[in-house]
Design a binder for this molecule. Structure first.
Ligand code: T6T
Length: 324
C-alpha cells in the first residue's frame, strides 16, 4: 500500500484503467464451461466507484475464461442486498465477490454462500467476522482518513475553526475506518476543533442539509471531510446553497465525474481517489486462487491518491467511470 501526500497534494500513484464491459447488470452468461461463473455483488447499483470496480472485475473474468455477472441493490442497504445474495446462492456460481453493506447483518447470507461451497471474496467493504471470506481487497481506509485530516490541515494553513466529518451509515466498514483515521489524526492540530461526525444514510440530499445545519450552528466551520462519493457530492451542494463555496475547505473521498466537476469549480478542494478497477481485478485473482485450492492473500490493500484542482487535468485517467 502506497499513500503519500506532498504540500502540493499532487497525484502520486498510477491507477489501473479498466477494459471493455458495460453497466452494472451486464454479464456474459452462457458462454463458459459449467460453473466457471463469478458473480460480483457491489454495495449499490449505477454508482461510479462500483462501476469502475465492475470494469476491472469483468476484464479479469473474461481474461480467465470465466462467465461473469453483476447484481447490485438499488440502495446501499443490507435489507436489499440480502435477497440478491440468496438468489445468487441458488445459481451456485464458483465464487462471489461482494461488498457487504453492513459489517454484521451480511454475515448470515454470506456464510450461506460459504457453507454451500461457493468461495467468498470481500471487495471494498468487509464483515467483522473474518472466518467467511477467503480474501479481502480494499483501500487502506484508515490511512485515507488520516490523509484527509492532513489535507485539511494544509488547506487551512494554521487558521482556526471547526471541522466536521460526514459519514454514511454505521456498520459501513470503509467509511467508519475513514472517519476513525480522520478523528485520530485531527487531534494533532489544536487550531482545528473537531465537532464530530454526522451520518447521512449515504444520501446526497441528507449530506447537503447536514452541511447547511452545521454552518448555521457553527459559523466558524472551516473544513468538512466527506467520507465517500455520495456524501461528497451532497456536501458540495450544501456549501453552494449556503454561498460558502471555497470558504469552507471540503475534502472528499472518491472521484466520480460530479466530484471532479466540483473540484474543478473550486467547490471541493481535494479528492482522495481509490483504485476500484484494481480492487475488482485482484478480487478475481483471489477468487480463482480459492476455486483452484491455492493459497489466497487474506488482506490486500490497494492504493489511494490525493488530487487537487491544480493537477486534475493531467490526472483525468485516475477518475471513476460511468461505464466501462
Ligand atoms: O467510497 C466508496 C466505497 O469505498 C464505500 O465502501 C462506499 O461508498 C463508495 O462506494 C462511494 O459511494
Amino acid at each position: 500500500m502506497k499513500i503519500r501526500s506532498s504540500v502540493a497534494l499532487s497525484a502520486v500513484f498510477l491507477l489501473a484503467a479498466c477494459g471493455g464491459g458495460g453497466q452494472i447488470g451486464d454479464s456474459n452468461s452462457g458462454n463458459a464451461a459449467a460453473n466457471k461463473k463469478l458473480v460480483l455483488i457491489p454495495g449499490i447499483t449505477a454508482e461510479p466507484f462500483y462501476i469502475s470496480m465492475q470494469c476491472g472485475f469483468q476484464e479479469a473474468a473474461k481474461a480467465a475464461g470465466y462467465e461473469f455477472d453483476t447484481q447490485a441493490p438499488a440502495k446501499f442497504d443490507a435489507a436489499q442486498q440480502t435477497p440478491i445474495v440468496t438468489g445468487v446462492l441458488a445459481s451456485k456460481p464458483a465464487a462471489v465477490l461482494i461488498a457487504p453493506t453492513d459489517d454484521k447483518a451480511m454475515a448470515g447470507p454470506m456464510k450461506q454462500l460459504k457453507d454451500a461451497g461457493i468461495k467468498v471474496v470481500e471487495v471494498d467493504t468487509k464483515l467483522q467476522d473474518t472466518s467467511i471470506a477467503s480474501s479481502t481487497i480494499s483501500s487502506d481506509n484508515e490511512q485515507g482518513g488520516k490523509l484527509a485530516a492532513e489535507t485539511i490541515n494544509k488547506l487551512t494553513a494554521g487558521r482556526t475553526g471547526s471541522v466536521l466529518v460526514l459519514n454514511t451509515k454505521a456498520g459501513t466498514s470503509t467509511t467508519d475506518a475513514r472517519a476513525k483515521g480522520f478523528e485520530d489524526a485531527i487531534k494533532a492540530y489544536p487550531n482545528l476543533k473537531y465537532i464530530g461526525q454526522q451520518y447521512t444514510d449515504n444520501e446526497p440530499a441528507t449530506a447537503a442539509s447536514k452541511v447547511t445545519a452545521t454552518l448555521a450552528a457553527n459559523p466558524d466551520l472551516i473544513g468538512v471531510f466527506a467520507t465517500n462519493l455520495n456524501t461528497g457530492e451532497g456536501a458540495a451542494t450544501g456549501l453552494r446553497n449556503a454561498g460558502k463555496t471555497g470558504a469552507v475547505n471540503l475534502v472528499g473521498f472518491d472521484a466520480s465525474p460530479k466530484q471532479v466537476q466540483d473540484l474543478k469549480a473550486g467547490t471541493v478542494q481535494a479528492l482522495i481517489a481509490q483504485d476500484p478497477g484494481t480492487i475488482g481485478k485482484q478480487g478475481v485473482e483471489q477468487a480463482l486462487a480459492a476455486i483452484e485450492g491455492k493459497q489466497t492473500k487474506r488482506n490486500i490493500e490497494t492504493d489511494l491518491v490525493a488530487i487537487t484542482k491544480d493537477d486534475a487535468e493531467k490526472n483525468s485517467k485516475y477518475f471513476y467511470k460511468q461505464s466501462c
